[in-house]
Design a protein around this ligand. Structure first.
Ligand code: 3HC
Length: 510
């Protein structure tokens, strides 16, 4: 297969050369000390480099200093740093509002807002101020590094160095080289990333690189599904945490990244791909316009100190339950053990139809279609409860309580193809296959990037292997049939692997 163009490392020669050069980065500048910039400054200072942090005005500079003090203070409180170590780290960072103070820096990394005009103006200034050998790096999440480099007289010394939020914690750095980047520079910067304790993945200059190109469409789709009323905010968050094993649900993560940043990344992706799935969900625009930007403004999809929505903890009133579908016998035994009376569907007060596909067809065949809900067990912890257009609120409520009693987190949702977890997971896996197929990055780099950039327990290709290629292909077909979204159609490679009876995409990889 032709993939792997984006593998990190390069030739043995370039790696060796990179290693010998990495030691030359001793003083660095960080421009922009918002959440990301301050986190990046902390990472450099922790690794022993001298850091000059630059902000536009004294107030912003103080906020930046506050981020650094807060983050290291938290590490101190948790016993992860001693007072002396913290003082040493903070002592390595100097703060200024003057770009001229970057004249001696070996590398400057920019972490200002995602507006191309600001970035281009800044790089023009940096090019003027910094010594000719200095490397200029951008932490842009999705803008063209090539376009930024083109504003300087040293495009060969410009790269992307993309960190993940929270920068001191997430272990990935995407190193982005453009067509004009000097040979060997990406290797040098990758070595620097290793010196910072991070794992670099080196890729070419495409909107969103690896992680944001796979992450943001998933987050955006979650927002679309919320708007469509598929399920509630906290239910979708819980489903993805407990059902997919992601460290945060999509709305908690959107709030962490910032809704303005998320909106901008989606815009950039859409401009490059014209894939309407990348067009920012209207709710993102509305929240951004209303000033609800996420954690940074105290309020986004969630409010900072919002009490968790109380979960209805009603004791189910149904005395008799019927279970249909694959696995019904085992599930009935589980319910029976929990004290529920198992009866035939005709006489049951609640009918649970175990299914991973919509259940309304089953409901209409029953004498009391209002008593049926679909039940999709996801992993060991989650149970999606699908209400059809005929399901009575009572039946849904009773099912909710029943699932809690047997120790599963209920995720109420509508009776739509692939319900919640799979509807969000499968298109993401499909996107990963398309990315690999396009030759942009290798299977290993994509898996590494998603695990270390987002804290996922497994990379998309590992997840594909676990779920089975055919299951995912069929799920995508169902999603496509329901929503008619072109990019839900299975990637040609996925389809072909299933047809050929290949069990793992890795079996094809060189
Ligand atoms: N700054 C510094 N350290 C932090 C931190 C912060 N803002 N937040 C958490 N930490 C540290 C804690 O101190 C703790 O460290 P320790 O283990 O040494 O004591 C560790 O992280 C775990 O923190 P908590 O126990 O408080 O919380 P969790 O276990 O819930 O982990 C999390 C928090 C690390 C944020 C985890 O939920 C996670 O991995 N979430 C996914 C984040 C993600 O996907 N980031 C990428 C977003 S995309 C991006 O940034 C790209 C951009 O271009 C948009």
């Amino acid at each position: 297969m032709g993939a792997g163009a984006g593998s990190s490392g390069g030739s043995a020669f370039s790696v060796r050369w990179g290693e010998s050069m990495a030691g030359t980065f001793e003083t660095v500048g960080v421009v922009g000390l918002g959440t990301m910039g301050a986190g990046i400054a902390e990472v450099f200072a922790r690794a022993g480099l001298a850091v000059t942090g630059v902000e536009a005005d004294p107030a912003a500079l103080e906020r930046g200093r506050g981020h650094l003090e807060g983050s290291t203070g938290r590490a101190l409180a948790r016993g992860k740093l001693t007072e002396a170590e913290r003082a040493e780290i903070l002592g390595r960072v100097s703060f200024t509002t003057s770009l001229e103070d970057l004249a001696d820096a070996d590398l400057v990394i920019e972490a200002i807002p995602e507006v191309m005009d600001y970035k281009r103006a800044l790089f023009t200034d940096l090019d003027r101020v910094c010594k000719p050998s200095a490397v200029l790096a951008t932490n842009t999440s999705s803008l063209s590094v090539t376009a930024i480099a083109a504003t300087t007289t040293r495009p060969g010394r410009v790269v992307g160095m993309h960190f993940f939020n929270p920068a001191p914690v997430m272990r990935l750095v995407e190193v982005v080289r453009t067509v004009t980047t000097d040979d060997g520079l990406a290797g040098e910067v990758a070595d620097l990333a290793r010196r910072l304790g991070k794992t670099p993945v080196t890729v070419g200059d495409r909107a969103g690189f690896v992680v944001n190109r796979l992450l943001l469409p998933y987050l955006n789709q979650a927002a679309v599904l919320l708007e469509n009323g598929l399920a509630g905010r906290d239910d979708i968050d819980a489903a993805m945490r407990l059902g997919a094993g992601f460290p945060m649900g999509p709305f908690a993560l959107l709030d962490l990244i910032g809704l303005d940043t998320s909106y901008e990344i989606c815009e950039v992706l859409f401009r490059e791909t014209r894939d309407r799935r990348h067009a920012p969900a209207p709710i993102l625009r509305e929240l951004v316009t209303a000033g609800r930007l996420g954690r940074k403004s105290g309020e986004g999809f969630h409010r900072a100190e919002e009490p968790r929505s109380p979960s209805p903890h009603e004791k189910p009133s149904a005395a008799s339950v019927a279970v249909l579908g694959e696995g019904a016998e085992e599930f009935s035994a589980r319910l029976s053990g929990a004290g529920f009376k198992i009866v035939d569907p005709e006489g049951a007060e609640l009918v649970l139809a175990l299914s991973h596909t919509p259940v309304v067809e089953r409901a209409v065949r029953l004498p009391h279609p209002d008593r049926l809900v679909g039940l999709h067990l996801v992993g060991d912890q989650v149970a999606e409860i699908a209400s059809t257009v005929l399901t009575s609120p009572d039946a849904a409520r009773v099912a909710h309580g029943l699932l809690r009693i047997i120790g599963r987190t209920p995720v109420p949702c509508r009776d739509r193809a692939e319900f919640v977890v799979d509807a969000l997971l499968y298109p993401y896996l499909n996107d990963a296959v398309r990315m690999y197929e396009s030759g942009y990055a290798s299977i290993e780099d994509i898996d590494t990037a998603m695990k270390l950039g987002c804290g996922y327990p497994a990379g998309p290709f590992e997840t594909l292997d676990r779920l089975g290629l055919e299951t995912v292909r069929d799920g995508l077909r169902a999603l496509y049939a329901e929503y008619r979204e072109p990019s839900f159609a299975p990637a040609p490679l996925l389809d072909q692997l299933v047809t050929a009876g290949v069990r793992s995409i890795r079996d094809l990889a060189p």
